[in-house]
Design a protein around this ligand. Sequence first.
Ligand SMILES: Nc1ncnc2c1ncn2[C@@H]1O[C@H](COP(=O)(O)OP(=O)(O)O)[C@@H](O)[C@H]1O
Ligand SMILES: [Mg+2]
Length: 332
Amino acid sequence: MSIIVEVTDLTKRFNEEVLAVDNISFTVNEGEVFGFLGPNGAGKTTTINILTTLLRPTSGKAVILGMDVSKKQDEVRKAIGLVPQELTVDDELSGRENMYLQADLYNVPRGEAQKRIDELLELVGLEDSADRRVKTYSGGMRKRLELAEGLIHRPRVLFLDEPTLGLDIQTRTAIWEYIRDLRKSTNITVFLTTHYLEEADELCDRIAIIDHGKIVALDTPEMLKQSVGGDVLSVGTALDKDLTAELKSVSNVVDVKREGEVYRIKAMNGEVATPLVLNTIWNHGGVVTSVSLSRPTLDQAFLEYTGRSMRDAEQAGTFDKRAAARALRRRS
Ligand SMILES: Nc1ncnc2c1ncn2[C@@H]1O[C@H](COP(=O)(O)OP(=O)(O)O)[C@@H](O)[C@H]1O
Ligand SMILES: [Mg+2]
C-alpha cells in the first residue's frame, strides 16, 4: 500500500492567541477515504488549506504524492482536487457552463472536457439539470456540481471540506452515495473533514479525531468505538445460581455485573461474545429471558478522547465565536 499524503509535525499559528493546528502527524494511504472529525474551530479547514497549498504552515511538513506542498505548489495543485467548505459555483451560469469554466482553469482540451463533463454530470446525477442556471439548484445539487468540478482534471487525491455542511439528511445520504461510487469506479484517495459523526462513521476507512488543533485519536471507526470499552450485552435469566465468575471467563468478555436477574456484560466483539455467553448460561441449566446488545457510538469515542460530547463541543464553538465578535466590536 503506498502512502499518498504524509504530514509531519505540522503547525499553523495565525497570531499570538490562535494556534489553529498544533503539531499534527498522520499519513493517508492510496485509495483510502480518510476523515478529520472535529467540532467547529478544531483546525480542519486550516489543515486542508495547508495541504492544498492555499496556506503556508508555520512549521512542519506536508508531502502529497511525493511533493512538498510548500515547495511544489503548482504541481501539487494539478494533482489534487478541492471542494471547499464555501460554495464557489457561479449562480448565473448553468451547471454545464460552470464545468467548462473549471475545465478551462485546468487546461483540459475542449473535446476531452466535453466527454469528461458528460461523465461527471452523470456520476453526480445532474445530467438532466445540467443546462439550467445554478441559481435554480437546491443546496444538494450545488454541492454535487462542486464535487463534479473538483474532479474535472482527474485528480489522484480529492479534498472535501465539510461536503454535506447544512444539507438535510436525505441529501447528505445521497452525497455519501456519490462519494462511495466515485471511490469504487476510480482509485481516488479522499481526504474529507466533517463535524457530523454519522458522516465520518459511514464514509471513512480511518478517522482522525481533531480537537483544539490536535489529533487526539486516529483509527478505523470500528476500533475507535471499541476502544471506548467495547459492546454492552444485557442478558436476562431465570436462574438462582450466580454465574458471574463463569461469564467473566468467557472469551471476549471484559466485565460482568449482575443486577438481579440481568447480567450486564462488557465485551469486545459483541457478536462473537453473545453466543458464547448464551451457551454458558444454558450449560448451567439457565433459561434466557431477554437479550440485547448495544454497541458504542463515535460520540462516546469523541467524549472519551476529548472529555466532552460532540454536541457540547459544537456549542462551545458557537459561544467562542460570539465572544470573539463582542471583543471585535469593543476594539472598533
Ligand atoms: N485567517 C485566520 N486568522 C485568524 N484565525 C483564524 C483564521 N482562520 C482560522 N482561524 C482560527 O483557527 C481556528 C481553526 O479554524 P478552522 O481551521 O477554520 O477550524 P474548523 O475548520 O475545524 O472549523 C479557529 O479558532 C479559527 O477561529
Ligand atoms: Mg472548517
